[in-house]
Write a protein that binds this ligand. Structure first.
Ligand SMILES: NC(=O)c1ccc[n+]([C@@H]2O[C@H](COP(=O)([O-])OP(=O)(O)OC[C@H]3O[C@@H](n4cnc5c(N)ncnc54)[C@H](OP(=O)(O)O)[C@@H]3O)[C@@H](O)[C@H]2O)c1
Length: 223
């Protein structure tokens, strides 16, 4: 059992990951406000009644507590706030932690979604790497996973591309992804590939809206 922190855990993706990961791990659901984190956990307990593991394993905290106490942190804040969030928590990170950036670089322009990497060179995940101490490892993952499907616990079968500079970082992230039924981690390569992953969300949103597909995700069959 690892301790997993969700930075910005009160939103759609954070709460969705929280209900799955707390089956096997201690999950600290973080927010800028402890009151908001507590209210998010209360809402989850009301919406998902009778789950002992949620009562035992899911705890509200401020983001700064999550940053200090967790083995793996998942960054689930809007992409435009990623770098400021990391700067505000930078003194709290611990050696050997892994930060998984779930940020997707999406902006809406008229009826279409587009990739928005303004404010970073390369990708948001590389932006995170440039700010944290070298002892903290960074990965990009979850950009292609629809939060609403996970939260509703609908059956899902999806591939989750992961970028990370070290194979050992990928292995730990892959184990965590595999803890969620129906998700298959796939290694894409070093963090230099993160921009490709971050751009997939705009691509999926356009496919969804233009073809009336609800919550499309990706799956790579092989023959
Ligand atoms: N939703 C999806 O299906 C999905 C799928 C894949 C990837 N993603 C990516 O995952 C990330 C989170 O998505 P989401 O839909 O869960 O986002 P969200 O609901 O809009 O926001 C998540 C949380 O971020 C925090 N936040 C908002 N503004 C902030 C600011 N200025 N500074 C610091 N924290 C702030 C808030 O938490 P507090 O107010 O409690 O601090 C909020 O509850 C995004 O980068 C998104 O691109 C989302």
């Amino acid at each position: 059992m690892a301790t997993i922190g969700l930075i910005g855990g009160t939103g759609d993706l954070g709460t969705a990951l929280a209900i799955h990961l707390s089956k096997k791990h201690l999950v600290l659901l973080g927010s800028r406000s402890l009151v908001k984190a507590s209210s998010a956990v209360e809402d989850i307990l009301k919406e998902k009644p009778g789950r002992d593991y949620l009562r035992t394993n899911l705890r509200p905290v401020e983001n700064s507590t999550a940053a200090q106490k967790c083995d793996i942190l998942i960054l689930t804040v809007p992409h435009s706030t990623v770098l400021d969030t990391i700067r505000s928590l930078n003194a709290k990170f611990q050696d050997n932690q892994i930060i998984i950036s779930a940020a997707a670089a999406v902006a809406k322009e008229g009826e279409e979604f587009r990739v928005d990497e303004s404010g970073v060179t390369g990708s948001y995940a590389e932006g995170v790497k440039s700010l944290v101490p070298a002892t903290v490892k960074v990965a990009a993952a979850f950009q292609t996973v629809p939060a609403n499907v996970l939260y509703k616990e609908r059956e899902i079968s999806a591939d989750v591309p992961v970028a990370a500079d070290y194979l050992e970082t990928y292995r730990q992230v892959a184990l965590l992804i595999s803890d969620i039924e129906g998700l298959r981690p796939l290694f894409v390569g070093s963090l230099r590939q993160a921009a490709e992953i971050e751009s997939l969300t705009a691509f999926l949103l356009n496919i969804g809206t233009k073809n009336k597909l609800r919550s499309p995700t990706i799956k790579f069959p092989s023959f």
